[in-house]
Each structure stands twice: as C-alpha cells, then as structure tokens.
Design a protein around this ligand. Structure first.
Ligand code: ADP
Ligand code: NA
Length: 343
C-alpha cells in the first residue's frame, strides 16, 4: 500500500477569504496531527488568468504567511511555492498526454471561469486540472483536503492516475516500480469534510464565496478588520424566519444554512450543535454572535500574518527550504515516471 501523504494547495490570486480559510486552511492545520503534509502556494495555477507581476510576488508571500499564521508548521511538514519545483510542470506535460480531451471538456470550473468568451481563455486555464493532478501525484500523495469545488478535479486526477497505471502497466512491472498490485500512482482521495466545504457568498446564496469574483464586496477576507467583518455579516442576505432547532429546518434556506455552517466551522463543531444553541433565535441575535466569533477567530490570524509579512526575507527563506525538501521527494518520482514512459 502507498504511504499516507497529504498534499494540497492555495492559489496566490488575491485576498484569501473565509471560504479558503474554513474549507481548506483550517483542515490543513488539522491534518498535520495525523499525516505527513505538503502544502503548496500554487502560483503556476494563478497565472492561468493574467496576474500583475508585482502583485503576484506579494500574494505568494501572503498565502505563505496565512499558512504559517493559521498554524501550519513548516519544519514538521513542507510549505513551498509550486514554480520553484520543476517536477510539477514536467509531470503536468506528461499528464497532458495521458488525460483525454473529453475528460477536460466536462470540467465545470473551466466553463465558469472562461465565461462566455471561451475562445479567449488561456490554454493553461483549460489544462489546469492536469497540472493539479501533477501537483498531487508528483508526491504520490494519497489524501487531498479541499473544498467541494475541487471534487471534479480530484476525480480527474484519479482517472489520470488509473490510466497511467494501465497504459504503462507492462513497463511499470518490467522496471519493478509498482506498489503491490496498485500500479505506480495511488488513487488520491479527496477529503471534503466539515460544515464549511462550500462557503457561499453572503449576498447571493447560490454562488460560492470566491476570490476570483472581484465584484463581490460581501466577501469576508482573512485580513478584514473587526468593523468590516461585523458589517459584512450584518448585511448578509437572510430570510425573515428565526433559526430552526433541527438540521431539517435548514433545507430550502441556503443563506441560513451558510451562516450556521460558518459558525459551526469557526467553533469546530457540527451544525446541529449550533442549532441546539440558537434554534428559535432571530438573525438580529445570531448575526452579532457570529460576527463576534468571526472577529475572535480571524483577528489573531490576521495579526500574525501582518507580523510575518513585515519580514519578507524570512518568508522567502521558509519557501526556499520547503522547495528543497519538496524536490527531494518529487525528483526521484519524476525520474521513475520518465523511465516508465521511456523518456
Ligand atoms: P478560490 O476558489 O477562492 O479562487 P483557490 O482555488 O485557491 O481559491 O482554492 C483554495 C482552496 O480553498 C481549495 O481547497 C478550495 O476548494 C477552497 N475553497 C475555495 N473557495 C471556497 C469556498 N467558498 N468554500 C469552501 N472552500 C473553498
Ligand atoms: Na477554487
């Protein structure tokens, strides 16, 4: 069997928001207790849409600072920047030649991000899922904590791993590079868990909170101050009913469900626990409680991020060390892949 290993990444594309924090980063921190973890600032993914070069450099440090501020330990685990480890791009090319056009044509995130002007989307935006498969499989990672939006990409990574194992089965066997009967690559498992796997926009319960939607000023950013957080929660769209006392009562109430899910994730408990406490309460009571909680939880992270960002050389040193350690794992795996393919 494959050695359990966690890989995940966050794009340095702008303000980190509550969805990234609860859907991904908080989970990354938890996984450290039970797994060897590799966490990546995926800058090659970021440039699939145009980024201002100076801003991109800052954003790479910001995501790194957020990882560290949230409690990721770069000594016990690995924190690095994707473009510093060339195995990602090299393996992505090989996967471009394994994955099928029809698979990529089904990716809903490409359709959303490319929008109506699809002919004008970058080729990179289209091939993005193959780079993501490479990110994970360059380390033969077995577990990938992500938000719900990444589920389809993880399925593609699994299909790509399986097709590689199948297409090159004889070569893998001849070189003795399989792991038991499982082939060369594991089937990476998405870990989409907890009450906030899909944090929705606070002004439109049908859209996810995303940094890629610059027009959404309801988004709670990790670095917002207390007033901004409280105001955004106060203004969040809701319905006129009080909160239900049972989970069933959240059905058909996406805005209420979203706010309860955020509260639950912030206290690290299931939604049912929140309803046990707030069932029957009006939003005029629940929203201020949620705002206080969010400020309590996010302010220390934002403060720590500011401290870290005051010393960019330290952040760069952390990333440099992380890249070396990441390379030490990925380089021999890539060398085996090249042997298997006959390169
Ligand atoms: P974005 O989607 O905001 O551009 P990324 O693509 O960098 O951010 O995603 C980083 C991580 O955050 C991924 O694991 C993704 O699934 C998670 N994530 C992004 N948005 C949300 C959300 N609204 N709710 C929960 N998780 C999210
Ligand atoms: Na995303």
């Amino acid at each position: 069997a494959f050695q359990p290993r966690v890989f995940s990444g966050v794009q340095p594309t702008g303000n980190l928001h509550l969805g990234n924090y609860l859907g991904a980063i908080v989970r990354f921190v938890e996984m450290q207790k039970t797994h060897d973890c590799i966490y990546c600032v995926v800058d090659l993914h970021a440039i699939t849409v145009w980024q201002d070069p100076a801003a991109l450099r800052t954003q790479i440090r910001e995501v790194t600072a957020a990882f560290l501020a949230a409690g990721i330990d770069p000594e016990a685990h690995i924190v690095f920047n994707q473009s510093q480890v060339s195995a990602h791009a090299e393996l992505a090319w090989i996967f471009n030649c394994v994955a099928r056009l029809g698979w990529l044509n089904r990716m809903t995130q490409f359709k959303e991000k490319a929008g109506k002007d699809r002919e004008n989307a970058s080729v990179g935006l289209y091939a993005y899922p193959n780079l993501m498969s490479a990110d994970i499989l360059a380390y033969r990672a077995t577990h990938v904590p992500v938000g719900e939006d990444q589920k389809q990409h993880l399925e593609l990574a699994r299909d790509t791993a399986a097709k590689f194992n199948h297409d090159f089965a004889d070569s893998i066997a001849a070189l003795g590079l399989g792991v038991g009967d499982d082939g060369f690559f594991p089937q990476p498992e998405p870990l989409i868990q907890g009450p906030a796997t899909r944090v929705m926009s606070l002004r439109d319960g049908s859209k996810k909170m995303s940094k890629s939607d610059p027009s959404d000023n309801s988004r709670i950013n990790l670095t917002d101050d207390a007033d901004a957080i409280a105001q955004k929660i106060r203004r969040a769209k809701t319905d006129p009913e009080p909160l239900p006392s049972e989970l069933d009562g959240l059905k058909g109430r996406p805005e209420a469900d979203n706010l309860v899910g955020i509260y639950a994730a912030l206290i690290g408990k299931p939604k049912a626990d929140v309803l046990a406490e707030f069932g029957g309460a009006q939003f005029s009571v629940f929203k201020p409680a949620l705002a206080d909680l969010a400020v309590d939880r996010l302010a220390p992270v934002a403060g720590k991020m500011r401290e870290l960002l005051a010393d960019p050389a330290h952040i760069d040193a952390v990333l440099g060390r992380g890249a070396e350690r990441a390379r030490a794992i990925a380089a021999p795996i890539l060398a085996d892949v090249k042997d298997i393919v006959g390169l």
